[in-house]
Design a protein around this ligand. Structure first.
Ligand SMILES: Cc1ncc(COP(=O)(O)O)c(C=O)c1O
Length: 409
């Protein structure tokens, strides 16, 4: 970055670009990657758990046997063989998908962008959970919607709130939801809520965009039906291999009925012609073998132990009037602190004490969330998690003491 930060093109930007700002999560990545800082911030999969020799074998076989395809352009929808594999992954969650109805994207993140491009006109209403996945808010924001925020509780989106909004005359273009092991809230939508949401949206002819990156990372409890398996017609399903294999291959996908699908493919081709044939072939081969199940099983066990380590440390070190979610899968715990805490303001002090988290504010379009923080347990070891939570707990205790002495409480 130049030292004198006067932008000579400031008056030339499109309206949608002038609203673009770096997310708090992104800004944190450089600080949080310092080895002395325990990062409970970025939602990074623990890719070190992948057996290197196995990945190497897959990569080598792609280059030895399929270099002509791997190093070439390909079709915009992704190869039929990969689409079949990805449909197979959905079948693991009892969701049937026709590979013809599936487009491979550059991560689920691109699928979110394509959905925005195809469905949102400026001023359209998009219903999102409050809090919501920050990457979806940024992807959709480019298309200038107005967000209708629907609160979450331990059973996921409070569908009654959405229903009330519809009765008030709100007319969302679509409803965006992360039903399993929500990012950032860690909660899972109950079966009753899933049925209620699907029925409400079908009746109102409002499509649902179901984003399911974490569904296969369940630590305990029974799997619940995907929204897509409850209503094939009205649900656009987004998947990714980022959390069950590697985010580095950038392979995600969308499944939709033919009209929407065709537009998603055209939008994808307009954006980047096609995804990386190389990493798509690697992904196809990885899931074509048998070892992925074992690798995933080991990963789930690691994440379960890390979740347990975080919940134990929170009990021990966090203020008694704080509360937090208890995820049964995924990566995240969502903490709500008493009113006198301000998580964006506290972050610098936390980093000074060598621990990082994500303040709650980035996950709400209206800047709520000052008493909330997202903690991620997927990446640090159990010992580091315990140490990070201890450091954070100490900081919160000092802040609380300061507040009490200033307020005379
Ligand atoms: C809810 C949610 N959706 C989408 C994504 C994007 O994933 P991908 O790596 O597939 O682009 C993430 C990544 O953290 C996520 O948490």
């Amino acid at each position: 970055m130049a030292e004198f930060n006067v932008d000579p093109y400031a008056d030339l930007y499109a309206r949608r670009a002038s609203g673009m700002t770096a997310s708090e999560v992104r800004a944190l990545f450089s600080v949080a990657s310092r080895p002395d800082v325990v990062s409970l911030a970025g939602g990074m999969p623990y890719v070190q758990a992948l057996p290197t020799e196995h990945v190497l074998e897959v990569v080598e076989s792609v280059l030895v046997e399929r270099a002509d395809v791997a190093l070439q352009y390909g079709g915009g929808q992704g190869s039929p063989a990969l689409r079949e594999r990805l449909a197979m992954l959905m079948a693991e969650e009892d969701t049937s998908a026709d590979p013809e109805d599936l487009v491979v994207t550059t991560g689920a993140q691109q699928a979110l962008d394509l959905v925005g491009k195809v469905l949102i006109d400026p001023g359209d209403v998009v219903a999102v959970e409050a809090p919501a996945y920050v990457g979806a808010l940024s992807a959709f924001s480019v298309y200038e919607p107005r967000f209708l925020q629907v609160d979450l509780d331990d059973d996921g989106m409070i569908v009654e709130q959405l229903e009330e909004a519809l009765l008030r005359g709100e007319r969302p273009k679509f409803v965006y939801t992360v039903p399993n092991f929500h990012n950032p809230a860690g909660v899972t939508m109950s079966r009753a809520r899933r049925e209620q949401l699907v029925a409400l949206c079908r009746e109102a002819r409002i499509p649902i965009v179901e984003d399911n990156p974490y569904g296969m990372l369940r630590f305990d409890g029974e799997p619940l039906p995907t929204l897509r398996s409850l209503d094939r017609q009205n649900v656009i399903y987004l998947g990714t291999v980022s959390k069950v294999f590697s985010p580095g291959v950038r392979v995600g996908w969308a499944v939709a009925e033919p009209g929407v699908l065709q537009r998603l493919v055209l939008a994808k081709e307009a954006a980047d012609l096609c995804g990386s044939q190389f990493t798509m072939l690697v992904t196809e081969r990885y899931f074509g073998g048998e070892l992925w199940r074992r690798n995933l099983g080991a990963l789930v066990q690691t994440y379960r132990s890390r979740r347990d380590a975080m919940l134990t440390a929170l009990e021990e070190h966090f203020p008694s009037d704080a509360s937090w979610t208890k995820p049964s899968g995924g990566f995240f715990v969502w903490v709500t602190l008493p009113d006198y805490f301000d998580t964006p303001a506290l972050l610098a002090a936390a980093v000074d004490r060598k621990v990082a988290y994500v303040p709650g504010t980035g996950f709400y379009p209206d800047g709520r969330g000052r008493q909330q923080m997202r903690l991620c347990f997927s990446y640090p070891t159990e010992e580091r998690i315990a140490e990070g939570i201890r450091r954070l707990g100490e900081l919160l205790a000092d802040e609380e003491e300061l507040f009490r002495s200033l307020s005379g409480a």
